[in-house]
Write a protein that binds this ligand. Sequence first.
Ligand SMILES: NC(=O)c1ccc[n+]([C@@H]2O[C@H](COP(=O)([O-])OP(=O)(O)OC[C@H]3O[C@@H](n4cnc5c(N)ncnc54)[C@H](OP(=O)(O)O)[C@@H]3O)[C@@H](O)[C@H]2O)c1
Length: 282
Amino acid sequence: MNLLVTGGTGQLGRAITRLGSAQHQITAPGSAELDATDARAVASAIAESRPDLVIHAGAMTDVDGCEHDPKLAHRINGLGTQNVAAASASAGTPIVYVSTNFVFDGSLERPYLEFDTPNPISLYGASKLAGEHAVSSLNPQHYIVRTAMVYDETGHNFVNSMLRLATQHPKLTIVDDQYGNPTYAGDLALGILQLIQSGAFGTYHVTNAGTASWHEWAVKIFELSGVETPTEPIPGSQFKRAATPPANGVLDNMAAAGLGIELPHWHDALERYLHRRSELAG
Ligand SMILES: NC(=O)c1ccc[n+]([C@@H]2O[C@H](COP(=O)([O-])OP(=O)(O)OC[C@H]3O[C@@H](n4cnc5c(N)ncnc54)[C@H](OP(=O)(O)O)[C@@H]3O)[C@@H](O)[C@H]2O)c1
């Protein structure tokens, strides 16, 4: 397939290029080359490259930054997605829209299914949900893929931050009452590449299997990396930040499992990631 991937310089965009290029012809511009908020540029990129499918992974992902600049969050994640959805629909091209567990409020006492009702409690979640609405109303050939807690080798993410902070502080306090599914971008990319072969348009949750709080995740990162910096679990109420993550941000991947798409457990993914990270560091 000929794939156009927005957010090509991001964690997921790079992973899709890394893992999908043997099978697919992939064009993956960053925001400087293709700004989703520029409707004309998006329309001409799709008209010129005539992709078989567009993966819209580009987004404003700075969750706290979205609280500080709601208009920019909505412009990039809402309007930008509307532009990509409308242009792909005009060209008769299917779209994958990558969304987030932050569309849920986290109050449910079980993992969130694809068909549970979103009710975002953050600007980031609200702006990504606006993107979901744009995609589902404008392009009938859509896959909405919600994921969570994504990390990759070169990205700004929790794993890399923890490993850095562990070298800078004698002890770390980490939130222990907010849960999700840590997800390796490489596994997510493979899941999406499998999903687009299905033709089964709809809404999917795609994460590594298993769940963790931020503290449990950090403990595993340190255990697998041989880091001995002590950690203290704290409630989210003691960690001041602009955005409030859902307390229960855990996704149930029921719909993807129905297609035979099931990602490995996050422990396994983290181990592979750390191995690759140390290989890349030489
Ligand atoms: N990271 C997570 O934990 C997480 C969790 C759930 C869902 N997601 C979703 O997964 C997708 C991929 O996330 P990621 O972790 O790969 O993000 P990332 O590493 O932060 O990369 C974001 C990408 O979006 C691009 N971008 C920013 N503004 C844009 C614009 N106006 N037009 C087009 N592209 C723009 C950036 O381009 P430049 O760098 O060139 O500016 C970059 O390539 C996003 O849709 C995100 O909402 C992420």
